[in-house]
Design a binder for this molecule. Structure first.
Ligand SMILES: C[S@@+](CC[C@H](N)C(=O)[O-])C[C@H]1O[C@@H](n2cnc3c(N)ncnc32)[C@H](O)[C@@H]1O
Length: 336
């Protein structure tokens, strides 16, 4: 195959996330979950253009989200099932977030971000988390997308790390509190606090109630850059430090250090970027996430050495790094 053909394929590959986004937006997987349908039947069910629906379905067949039956109907595959809104392994909100106009606009400015080192929102005088304050719908998609990703990661993080001896754990920038709820479910005498901005409050309180954790968990609306609550023996930062540049990350870590008593532990849960890139699926995920941070938040994925430097500057040190069966690592951090 000529190399230019291979490159052209990569250039054209933008149809993949767009087709997934379209399917998620039109709720095609939810409708097909009720049974196989011909494209014209599906078009009627979702009030869309029959021939165009047929063309999208063919794309979804290529992506193995759907399969075409012998009589020309389309059915959902187990991969397509993950795009259903009520799947226990759903990534529908993640698809909606990654395909949203804001994310695409930011992605479109990658070259400007590389030229300047600034994230796309900053180039437009904005900040993605500030924008969420005034955009409840966008914030809900973001928070639900984080819930989806963290639900999977939480199983691995709960299984991998020994939480024995911790009485109270504070999940800083904890979103809806997915991780802390999973930890509390596995440790019946532990208490938990989810600290995040007000756009997470309703969702976090709902999750706490549905998990039956009202008597052991609470949501606190606050800023990680202001002050971190004292008195806990465990602090969690999952997928938070990677959102920020070194200066802002250091501010969060110094706040943690100031709140931590001598016996407190900080658990930083992130994938560690490899010193040298290989070609594994994990390396691909880390690079994709790193470029996402470059355009969307101004943060980055960091190597173990980069974490050590940052933590030392905040008066903290890595006690150990626990691998999980997923991409995440649990970096156990203690005061120096
Ligand atoms: C990438 S999400 C991670 C959420 C959660 N820890 C998880 O892994 O599912 C980053 C979180 O940081 C929160 N955040 C951003 N700025 C914050 C601030 N200044 N104070 C508190 N939380 C903040 C966001 O609202 C968001 O929930």
């Amino acid at each position: 195959m000529p190399l230019s053909f291979r490159l052209s394929e990569m250039i054209m590959s933008l149809w993949v996330p767009r087709a997934i986004y379209a399917a998620a937006t039109l709720r095609i997987p939810d409708v097909l979950a009720t049974g196989a349908m011909r494209s014209d039947e599906l078009a009627r069910a979702i009030a869309a253009h029959p021939a165009a629906v047929h063309r999208l379905l063919r794309g979804l067949v290529l992506l193995e989200l759907c399969a075409e039956t012998a009589d020309g109907a389309f059915e959902l595959t187990s991969l397509g099932d993950c795009l259903r809104s009520d799947s226990s392994d759903s990534v529908r909100s993640w698809a909606l977030l990654m395909g949203s106009p804001g994310v695409w606009r930011a992605r479109g400015r990658l070259a400007d971000c590389v030229r300047t080192g600034e994230h796309a929102w900053k180039l437009e005088g904005a900040d993605v988390f500030e924008l969420m304050q005034d955009d409840p719908e966008g914030a809900a998609i973001f928070n639900q997308a984080m819930l989806e990703l963290t639900t999977r990661a939480a199983r691995a993080v709960v299984a991998a790390y020994d939480y024995a001896g911790l009485e109270t754990i504070v999940d800083l920038g904890g979103g809806y509190g997915t991780l802390v709820a999973a930890i509390l479910a596995a440790h019946p005498i532990m208490r938990g606090v989810v600290l995040d901005r007000p756009h997470c409050q309703a969702g976090a309180e709902r999750l706490i109630e549905e998990a039956g954790l009202d008597d052991r968990a609470e949501f606190v609306a606050d800023e990680v850059f202001d002050v971190v609550p004292v008195g806990a023996d465990g602090y969690l930062l999952k997928s938070v430090i990677h959102d920020w540049d070194d200066e802002r990350s250091l501010a969060i870590l110094r706040n943690c250090r100031a709140a931590m008593g001598k016996r407190a532990r900080l658990l930083v849960v992130e994938p560690l970027a490899p010193e040298r890139l290989g070609s594994s699926r994990f390396d691909t995920i880390v690079v994709a996430s790193d470029l996402n941070m470059l355009v969307n938040t101004g943060g980055q994925e960091r190597t173990e050495a980069e974490f050590r430097t940052l933590l030392e500057a905040a008066g903290l040190r890595i006690a150990r790094i626990v691998a999980t069966r997923g991409a995440m690592r649990v970096v156990e951090v203690l005061p120096t």
